[in-house]
Design a binder for this molecule. Structure first.
Ligand SMILES: [Fe+2]
Ligand SMILES: [Fe+2]
Length: 364
């Protein structure tokens, strides 16, 4: 392993430690064989040096691997993206995101009453269009190129919170609360400056502080409204963590509202797996691995375990790219190592739990 200056990077070098931005966001996972695009991405983050392996490896052209498929051997994701259902779902979720933005603005100006049933109605329509809980992640995983970090994100978090509450077998009333709380959790961002929300570079600590104020601003907006206390709490507490590492109050364990805990998991999962103004989406398997590593400290145990054991099953039959450039289909999920399933690449079965040097780097 050696440390190389970012100016001296060349295609074929193999990343030997996960590369993070200064605020701890993943840029590229360990094991990535760098190509020109990856190098561009690292440079865009103003990083100085990274660790790479001593030996270079041949670069596998990532685009070509996916694009070389003929239509008869289209991947699951490609087939899905061509279905009428997906095209409709995409169009509708984008339309609903625009309407949600308008509603949040009206709510912030006090020019519209806060009617939870009316506001969440589109979420239930989207569920029906996606074919229910089973289909919703198929849709969301294929909508990862949209960088709307507020309104599309709010709809996604609402859909995921609903699904998670359903997986937890919570009573209908709580499922509805989780759905509404997911939709409204970031309402305070309507009061954050558009320049800050649209900034295509990493935020400075001062800007991050301003951004973090969205939880208090959101709570202020709804605190006197006639809605459930759990929705208000979810707005205020969705960035709190059980180990006290969250914000704004660093509260711990059961001080965090049950519905806020559900929204927290849905929020983190959606934020990481979507692309933002300044980084590409992060592979869900990396996020699952992170949840497996530190999830029990930070999130409600029942919530995170239910999420993990169910989410991985939504990837069966999906095609993924491995860090060595091969693509294959997930055919079996190992219940003890959820982020390391068995992948079938051509005739070869690769058990990632036995091949620790290989990781899933993308859904294709
Ligand atoms: Fe938030
Ligand atoms: Fe959020």
């Amino acid at each position: 392993m050696k440390l190389v200056s970012v100016d001296k990077l060349e295609p074929g070098l193999v990343v030997s430690e996960n590369i993070y931005t200064l605020d701890d966001r993943l840029v590229l996972p360990k094991g990535t064989i760098l190509d020109d695009k990856d190098i561009e991405r690292i440079r865009a983050h103003s990083l100085y040096n990274i660790f790479v392996e001593d030996e270079k490896k041949p670069v596998v052209p990532k685009q070509e691997t996916a694009a070389s498929d003929t239509s008869s051997s289209m991947s699951y994701a490609e087939k899905l993206r061509n279905t009428e259902e997906f095209i409709k779902f995409k169009q509708h979720i984008e339309e609903h995101a625009d309407k949600l933005e308008e509603s949040f603005r009206l709510l912030a100006n006090d020019s519209m009453p806060l009617d939870i049933d009316k506001l969440t109605e589109p979420v239930y329509h989207l569920f029906v269009e996606a074919g229910g809980t089973a289909g919703i992640f198929d849709m969301l995983h294929n909508l990862r190129d949209n960088s709307d970090e507020v309104y599309m994100h709010s709809l996604n978090v609402s859909l995921i919170s609903n699904t998670l509450a359903t997986w937890m077998r919570l009573p209908e009333e709580k499922i509805r609360l989780a759905t509404a709380a997911g939709l409204l959790h970031d309402i305070g961002k309507v009061l954050v400056s558009p320049e800050l929300l649209g900034k295509n570079k990493q935020l400075t600590p001062y800007e991050q502080k301003k951004m973090d104020e969205h939880v208090i601003k959101g709570y202020e907006l709804v605190k006197d409204k006639d809605i459930s206390i759990h929705i208000k709490n979810a707005i205020l507490m969705h960035h709190e963590r059980r180990d006290g590492s969250g914000f704004p109050f660093h509260i711990k364990n059961d001080q965090i509202d049950e519905i806020a805990s559900i929204v927290a998991v849905a929020d983190v999962y959606d934020s990481y797996t979507a692309c933002t103004n300044y980084r590409k989406s992060i592979c869900p398997f990396y996020v699952i691995q992170q949840f497996e590593n530190e999830g029990l400290d930070k999130y409600d145990p029942n919530t995170i375990l239910t999420f993990l054991s169910n989410i991985v099953n939504t990837f069966i039959a999906n095609r993924v790219m491995l860090s060595n450039g091969l693509t294959g289909e997930i055919i079996f999920v190992n219940p003890d190592h959820l982020a390391r399933p068995v992948v079938k690449c051509g005739e070869q079965y690769i058990d990632l739990n036995k091949n620790k040097g290989l990781d899933i780097v993308a859904l294709v």
